[in-house]
Design a protein around this ligand. Structure first.
Ligand code: ABT
Ligand code: MG
Length: 148
Protein backbone atom coordinates (compact mmCIF):
# COMPACT_ATOMS: atom_id res chain seq x y z
CA UNK A 1 0.00 0.00 0.00
CA UNK A 2 1.27 3.47 -0.92
CA UNK A 3 2.75 5.70 1.81
CA UNK A 4 3.71 9.37 1.98
CA UNK A 5 5.56 11.64 4.38
CA UNK A 6 3.71 14.71 5.66
CA UNK A 7 4.96 17.25 8.19
CA UNK A 8 3.02 20.03 9.89
CA UNK A 9 5.52 22.90 9.95
CA UNK A 10 6.22 25.12 12.99
CA UNK A 11 3.60 27.68 11.86
CA UNK A 12 0.91 24.98 11.66
CA UNK A 13 1.80 23.63 15.11
CA UNK A 14 1.97 27.09 16.70
CA UNK A 15 -1.38 28.05 15.21
CA UNK A 16 -3.12 24.97 16.58
CA UNK A 17 -3.84 23.37 13.21
CA UNK A 18 -2.57 19.86 14.08
CA UNK A 19 -6.00 18.42 14.89
CA UNK A 20 -7.69 20.03 11.89
CA UNK A 21 -5.07 18.69 9.47
CA UNK A 22 -5.10 15.16 10.89
CA UNK A 23 -8.90 15.20 10.81
CA UNK A 24 -8.99 16.09 7.10
CA UNK A 25 -6.68 13.19 6.20
CA UNK A 26 -8.57 10.75 8.46
CA UNK A 27 -11.92 11.80 7.04
CA UNK A 28 -10.62 11.38 3.50
CA UNK A 29 -9.97 7.74 4.39
CA UNK A 30 -6.20 7.62 4.71
CA UNK A 31 -4.51 5.68 7.51
CA UNK A 32 -2.02 7.20 9.94
CA UNK A 33 0.89 4.77 10.32
CA UNK A 34 3.54 7.03 11.90
CA UNK A 35 3.31 10.13 14.11
CA UNK A 36 5.71 12.16 16.25
CA UNK A 37 6.36 15.72 17.41
CA UNK A 38 9.99 16.79 17.22
CA UNK A 39 12.33 19.73 17.34
CA UNK A 40 14.08 19.48 13.95
CA UNK A 41 17.89 19.84 13.88
CA UNK A 42 19.65 22.04 11.33
CA UNK A 43 21.19 18.86 9.92
CA UNK A 44 17.82 17.13 9.37
CA UNK A 45 16.31 20.30 7.89
CA UNK A 46 19.24 20.72 5.48
CA UNK A 47 19.07 17.09 4.35
CA UNK A 48 15.29 17.21 3.93
CA UNK A 49 15.46 20.38 1.84
CA UNK A 50 18.79 19.40 0.16
CA UNK A 51 17.41 20.02 -3.34
CA UNK A 52 17.01 23.72 -2.44
CA UNK A 53 20.53 24.15 -1.01
CA UNK A 54 21.61 26.65 -3.71
CA UNK A 55 18.39 28.71 -3.63
CA UNK A 56 18.35 32.18 -2.04
CA UNK A 57 15.52 31.17 0.31
CA UNK A 58 17.41 28.14 1.71
CA UNK A 59 18.89 29.72 4.90
CA UNK A 60 15.51 31.21 5.82
CA UNK A 61 13.80 27.90 5.10
CA UNK A 62 16.12 25.99 7.44
CA UNK A 63 15.73 28.67 10.10
CA UNK A 64 11.93 28.44 9.83
CA UNK A 65 11.72 24.64 9.93
CA UNK A 66 13.97 24.55 13.03
CA UNK A 67 12.16 27.44 14.77
CA UNK A 68 9.68 25.29 16.69
CA UNK A 69 8.22 21.80 16.90
CA UNK A 70 7.14 19.95 13.76
CA UNK A 71 4.59 17.11 13.61
CA UNK A 72 6.03 14.40 11.35
CA UNK A 73 3.62 11.82 9.95
CA UNK A 74 3.44 8.89 7.59
CA UNK A 75 0.08 8.31 5.92
CA UNK A 76 -0.99 5.27 3.94
CA UNK A 77 -3.65 4.67 1.31
CA UNK A 78 -4.51 4.34 -2.34
CA UNK A 79 -2.98 7.25 -4.26
CA UNK A 80 -2.02 9.00 -1.01
CA UNK A 81 1.09 10.74 -2.40
CA UNK A 82 -0.66 12.72 -5.14
CA UNK A 83 -3.95 13.12 -3.29
CA UNK A 84 -2.31 14.48 -0.13
CA UNK A 85 -0.47 17.03 -2.31
CA UNK A 86 -3.83 17.99 -3.82
CA UNK A 87 -5.35 18.35 -0.34
CA UNK A 88 -2.33 20.48 0.70
CA UNK A 89 -2.60 22.83 -2.28
CA UNK A 90 -0.13 24.93 -4.28
CA UNK A 91 3.23 25.90 -2.71
CA UNK A 92 2.33 29.59 -2.53
CA UNK A 93 -0.80 29.81 -0.33
CA UNK A 94 -1.94 32.87 -2.27
CA UNK A 95 -2.37 30.53 -5.26
CA UNK A 96 -3.75 27.54 -3.35
CA UNK A 97 -7.40 26.83 -4.01
CA UNK A 98 -9.88 27.37 -1.16
CA UNK A 99 -10.65 23.97 0.34
CA UNK A 100 -6.99 23.00 0.38
CA UNK A 101 -5.00 23.18 3.62
CA UNK A 102 -2.75 26.00 2.40
CA UNK A 103 -5.65 27.70 0.61
CA UNK A 104 -7.68 27.75 3.83
CA UNK A 105 -4.95 28.48 6.36
CA UNK A 106 -1.96 30.18 4.70
CA UNK A 107 -0.77 33.43 3.15
CA UNK A 108 3.04 33.30 2.91
CA UNK A 109 5.08 30.89 0.73
CA UNK A 110 7.70 30.73 3.48
CA UNK A 111 5.06 29.82 6.10
CA UNK A 112 2.93 27.34 4.22
CA UNK A 113 1.74 25.17 7.13
CA UNK A 114 2.49 21.65 5.87
CA UNK A 115 4.91 19.61 3.79
CA UNK A 116 4.04 16.62 1.62
CA UNK A 117 6.26 14.30 -0.43
CA UNK A 118 5.99 15.19 -4.11
CA UNK A 119 6.63 11.79 -5.78
CA UNK A 120 6.97 8.07 -4.96
CA UNK A 121 10.81 8.22 -4.84
CA UNK A 122 10.74 11.31 -2.61
CA UNK A 123 8.23 9.62 -0.31
CA UNK A 124 10.47 6.58 0.21
CA UNK A 125 13.50 8.82 0.83
CA UNK A 126 11.69 11.15 3.24
CA UNK A 127 10.00 8.38 5.23
CA UNK A 128 13.37 6.72 5.89
CA UNK A 129 14.99 10.08 6.68
CA UNK A 130 12.39 11.00 9.33
CA UNK A 131 11.30 7.62 10.72
CA UNK A 132 12.94 4.39 11.80
CA UNK A 133 11.13 1.21 10.70
CA UNK A 134 10.22 0.49 14.34
CA UNK A 135 8.29 3.79 14.48
CA UNK A 136 5.87 2.78 11.72
CA UNK A 137 2.83 0.64 12.47
CA UNK A 138 1.26 -1.47 9.73
CA UNK A 139 -2.43 -1.76 10.54
CA UNK A 140 -5.81 -1.52 8.93
CA UNK A 141 -9.19 -1.01 10.50
CA UNK A 142 -11.36 -4.01 9.71
CA UNK A 143 -14.31 -1.84 10.82
CA UNK A 144 -14.02 0.37 7.72
CA UNK A 145 -13.69 -1.96 4.75
CA UNK A 146 -15.97 0.30 2.69
CA UNK A 147 -13.25 2.94 2.21
CA UNK A 148 -11.64 0.98 -0.63
P1 ABT B 1 7.28 21.55 0.70
O1 ABT B 1 6.12 20.64 0.91
O2 ABT B 1 7.67 22.31 1.93
O3 ABT B 1 8.46 20.84 0.06
O4 ABT B 1 6.75 22.64 -0.32
P2 ABT B 1 6.43 22.39 -1.86
O5 ABT B 1 6.89 21.05 -2.28
O6 ABT B 1 5.02 22.75 -2.10
O7 ABT B 1 7.33 23.49 -2.55
P3 ABT B 1 8.90 23.53 -2.69
B1 ABT B 1 9.31 24.16 -4.07
O8 ABT B 1 9.49 22.18 -2.44
O9 ABT B 1 9.32 24.51 -1.55
C1 ABT B 1 10.09 24.11 -0.45
C2 ABT B 1 10.00 25.16 0.62
O10 ABT B 1 10.61 26.34 0.19
C3 ABT B 1 9.75 27.43 0.41
N1 ABT B 1 9.92 28.37 -0.70
C4 ABT B 1 9.81 27.92 -1.98
C5 ABT B 1 10.18 29.69 -0.41
O11 ABT B 1 10.28 30.07 0.76
N2 ABT B 1 10.31 30.56 -1.44
C6 ABT B 1 10.21 30.15 -2.75
O12 ABT B 1 10.35 30.97 -3.66
C7 ABT B 1 9.94 28.76 -3.04
C8 ABT B 1 9.81 28.26 -4.45
C9 ABT B 1 8.37 26.88 0.47
C10 ABT B 1 8.57 25.53 1.02
N3 ABT B 1 8.45 25.48 2.47
N4 ABT B 1 8.33 26.26 3.32
N5 ABT B 1 8.22 26.65 4.37
MG1 MG C 1 8.74 20.19 -1.88
Amino acid sequence: MERTFLAIKPDGVQRGLVGEIIQRLEQKGFTLVGLKLLQVSKELASTHYGEHQAKPFFPGLVEFITSGPVVAMVWEGKGVIATARKMIGATNPLNSEPGTIRGDFGIDVGRNVIHGSDAPETAVKEISLWFGPEELVAWSSSLTPWIY
